[in-house]
Design a protein. Sequence first.
Length: 170
Amino acid sequence: MTTYTSIPNADIDQDSPVTQPLMTALRDNPIAITEGASGAPRIVAAAIEGGSSSTSGQVYYSEGDGTGLWGNAENIEATKDITGTDGYVKLPGGVIMQWGSIVCSAGTTTITFPIAFPNACFSVTASPYIAGNSGGVSSTVDAISSAPTTTSVVYSTTTGWSLYWMAVGY
């Protein structure tokens, strides 16, 4: 962390010389302030766009459309607990990642996403999982369609094997 150096008024009056320590402080102090260095002035919420005394203790985050919001950090989707077999996370900027597993039959299988993508799903990947198989998997998985709430995949293998999938959209 950068060190904050207090600058006495006498060092910056019109008759004072410009010194190397003064220039170092002028260079480093803005960085030290943003890093929250010891002794540095604090940036208050009211100084940030849309901030006020009621936003104290909150964070400012982007909605992905050029606007921002104030809120508690735990309310930002990307900071929530995302463990589990099926789930999703909303990232700052509007990108959503979803994942899960499903037991499939050979042929076309429909996967329902945990949440609908508000705009579009632009990528789906899937791979088979066969417990205890150490010799490779002789099957293919192809995503053949995608909608905001579901995707369809063609699975060419034995019925009853697991398929792990991940979808990305916004």
